[in-house]
Design a protein around this ligand. Structure first.
Ligand SMILES: [Zn+2]
Length: 423
């Protein structure tokens, strides 16, 4: 299914970010963390119930509801495991090219492998993209052949009788096999950032020798196809019959929903590449606020800090001094966590964030890495520390402002990508 970076930005940059909040961990598979997102429950219930109440009773009128449900649940689990194998295929090839894979998440729209950086060459991108659908189609053919081999040979002339002769295990293989082939083919649709779109970008990349230009073109194609999905999906919901995708209200809405998701992902992926290309080789020293926050004594009560420092100056970040040394920082969000009635009796050192717990960067860190760190940890700012001293702070807004003021770079159309995380 999808693979790509999901580290930059926060809430609202792509449908991915807000969808992939919580979930349950399945531990490490081949050294890659695997997570199930809660939204997976929706797709599990949809698939299992349509199999148990629709497909299997039609194939096997003699099955009891209990047997149909049992087989449906195993079939759905095997289907999701197949998607996990698809994602692992992406991850294993990525790692073979030295690209770290952060995690794999299974969610509402399938799977996503979070890789830490863009592929290093068009060949790497093409191979990483193709191996997922190849795994799906390979698995699909294997499951189909296995399921068919388990059927009674003498009934093969009549498909209805043949399917009826299948055991529960063979039945679910005969369903999961073609589903995997469908997933493999679907993912080869050149709608960036689907696998087919990744392959298209690799071709554009090889032709133009510019990842940025290739991403722009691939993103345009992806957005156009996403719109086509939305329009075709709505037409299906109103009764149109579409080859390959079928018909029906639910299928139509689902296709439109996938189109909407792909549109967001195509736009966000492009923004990310633009940001990366603009900010790589830009040191944090250029974009940071070059002044250290004011220092306050550690035993000063919070109420005094608010009245005498926060309110008059609009400062919202302070270094905290204790015993002649700077021990950490306090920000207005820290202050607001203390109930208002306790401000007078609480010294700021009681709510300080110690230096060793702060996420710090050095002035020579790439601004893009700083942005990724901000997105990953969900912090509002990073301290810039040089030789043990705070020399500045850097926030998303600082980086975006720098991009806007910088004459020969074009900032992304809006600021949604690095939107502050509310966590
Ligand atoms: Zn894939």
């Amino acid at each position: 299914m999808l693979f790509g970076q999901n580290a930059v930005g926060g809430a609202g940059d792509a449908p991915l970010s807000w969808m992939l909040g919580r979930g349950i961990s399945l531990g490490s598979w081949f050294g890659v963390k695997v997570r199930l997102d809660w939204s997976l429950i929706v797709i599990f219930v949809l698939i299992a119930s349509s199999l148990a109440a629709g497909v299997f009773p039609a194939w096997h009128p003699d099955w009891t509801p209990g047997l149909a449900w049992f087989t449906a649940i195993i079939a759905t689990a095997l289907f999701l495991l197949s998607i996990l194998i698809h994602e692992l295929a992406h991850a294993i090839v990525a790692r073979a090219y030295g690209i770290p894979v952060h995690s794999i998440t299974l969610f509402l729209f399938g799977g996503v492998a979070n890789i830490e950086q863009e592929p290093t060459s068009p060949t790497a991108e093409a191979l990483m993209a193709v191996v997922g659908p190849a795994a799906s189609i390979g698995l699909g053919i294997f499951f189909s052949l296995l399921g068919t081999a388990l059927g009674r040979a003498e009934t093969r002339a009549d498909p209805v009788l043949f399917v009826r002769s299948l055991s529960p295990a063979a039945t679910l293989l005969v369903w999961v096999g073609p589903m995997n082939v469908f997933i493999g083919i679907f993912n080869m649709i050149p709608a960036f950032p689907l696998d087919g779109g990744r392959l298209l970008r690799a071709i554009f990349w090889a032709a133009s020798r510019s990842l940025q230009r290739a991403t722009r073109w691939a993103s345009w194609v992806g957005q156009a196809i996403a719109w086509a999905f939305i329009i075709v999906g709505i037409a299906m919901a109103f009764g149109a019959v579409v080859p390959f995708f079928g018909s029906g209200f639910i299928s139509g809405l689902w296709l439109a929903f996938i189109g909407w998701f792909l549109y967001g992902a195509a736009v966000a992926s492009y923004r990310q590449v633009i940001l990366q290309s603009l900010l790589t080789d830009v040191p944090v020293a250029w974009v940071m606020r070059k002044r250290s926050p004011p220092a306050v004594p550690g035993d000063e009560p919070v109420s005094k800090v608010v009245d005498e420092r926060v309110l008059p100056s609009e400062e919202d970040l302070f270094l905290v001094e204790s015993g002649g040394a700077i021990v950490g920082v306090v920000s207005t969000p820290d202050i607001l966590k203390v109930p208002r009635g306790e401000w007078a009796g609480t010294p700021v050192r009681a709510i300080v964030t110690p230096f060793k717990e702060l996420h710090a960067v050095s002035p020579s860190t790439d601004a893009y890495d700083a942005l990724r760190t901000l997105g990953r940890i969900g912090a509002a700012e990073l301290m810039v520390i040089d030789q043990g001293k705070v020399v500045g702070i850097v926030r998303r807004e600082d980086i975006m402002r720098w991009l806007e003021l910088h004459p020969h770079v074009q900032p992304p159309r809006d600021h949604r990508l690095p939107a502050p995380m509310t966590s």
